[in-house]
Design a protein around this ligand. Structure first.
Ligand code: HEC
Ligand code: HEC
Length: 276
């Protein structure tokens, strides 16, 4: 599996940190052209609690006989410890997906005919029992990373006391997400939009339009954070239209804008803070 491919994202948006309608319109057009499970190199279900539970069930039924109930492996049949595959073997999520699907020829590791979703659920389970967070972060300059963070990210993110809170706080993100997932979040944010950050555009009875992030929803109402940052609750019965917009509020940063080294500087800042 070519790891680098996950970094190779076409120039989709001109960088526009503002929350503009142009960006939304482009995201909508792009989405229409992209099948949902389009060759993922990152697990779309990583960190999803329900998927992890489902994956654990599949694991008990299909894998535990060989790899052990705790996935720590069974040495008498040379079935490896699957909690170590991310850190010691540095397998990518896509590589593990392929191994589960096709098995390992010449060994007793069998192929599995599971749906893509079930397969990713298993990968999500294996990711959840692995050593969490970034393993082997490439070296970088945390002080330069702080500057790059302030310049590129702090209008939406907060970390180690700097920045705003439109997007998630990133102070602990390096102990929550894998390096692969972190890089993908920055290079291709539309591929995976976190819960609480889905975009919606509403038209209320009198013609007022509201664009915002869905924070929660039930059968009768929607709670959202509008584009001024205000939290609002709207009754569904008062809505004329509800358009759910694919894609993330976060712009994609391509390598020509933000090199890998600069990105690793930022991750070093996120992991360690800026050493004064
Ligand atoms: C019949 C026994 C058996 C079953 C069932 C089985 N495995 Fe395996 N698995 C193995 C063996 C043995 C290997 C090591 C093969 C080798 O490297 O030669 C392996 C290797 C792997 C690897 C690669 C590990 C590495 O370090 O490269 C992964 C990932 C994996 N199995 C996941 C699974 C999952 C997930 C399931 C259930 C869907 C599963 N296996 C079911 C026996 C099994
Ligand atoms: C215009 C606002 C904006 C800018 C600028 C921005 N982000 Fe984001 N970012 C978001 C939003 C909103 C989310 C949550 C939605 C999503 O998952 O895509 C997010 C999600 C993320 C995530 C995933 C966090 C998680 O817990 O899943 C990471 C990592 C991230 N951003 C890093 C960065 C970095 C690094 C930069 C600067 C190079 C940056 N972002 C710039 C708005 C922004």
């Amino acid at each position: 599996m070519n790891r680098d491919r996950s970094l190779e994202v076409p120039i989709r948006h001109l960088l526009c940190p503002q929350w503009s309608f142009v960006l939304l319109a482009m995201a909508t057009v792009l989405f229409a052209a992209t099948p949902l499970l389009y060759a993922q190199s990152v697990n779309p279900l990583e960190g999803d609690a329900r998927a992890i539970r489902g994956g654990a069930g599949l694991f008990r039924a299909q894998c535990a006989t060989c790899h052990g109930a705790n996935a720590k492996g069974i040495s008498s049949i040379e079935a490896p410890d699957l909690t170590q595959i991310w850190s010691q073997r540095s397998l990518s999520a896509a590589a593990v997906f392929e191994i589960i699907r096709h098995g390992i020829p010449g060994s007793i590791m069998p192929p599995h005919s599971l749906t893509d979703t079930e397969n990713w659920m298993l990968v999500a389970y294996l990711q959840s029992i692995a050593q969490a967070g970034v393993v082997g972060l490439p070296a970088g300059d945390a002080a330069a990373g702080r500057l790059a963070f302030v310049e590129n990210c702090s209008t939406c993110h907060r970390a180690h006391g700097v920045g705003e809170s439109l997007g998630p706080n990133l102070s602990n993100v390096t102990s929550q997400l894998s390096l692969e997932r972190l890089v993908a979040s920055v290079r291709d944010p539309d591929a995976l939009v976190g819960r609480g950050y889905k975009l919606v555009q509403l038209r209320v009875s009198e013609g007022e339009e509201i664009t915002g992030l869905i924070k929660s929803e039930d059968a009768f109402s929607l709670q959202l954070q509008d584009d001024t940052g205000r939290l609002r609750s709207v009754n569904k019965s008062e809505l004329q239209t509800v358009e759910r917009l694919p894609g993330s509020l976060m712009p994609a940063f391509v390598r020509t804008q933000l090199s890998n080294q600069r990105l690793f500087d930022i991750f070093n800042f996120l992991q360690n803070g800026a050493q004064q």
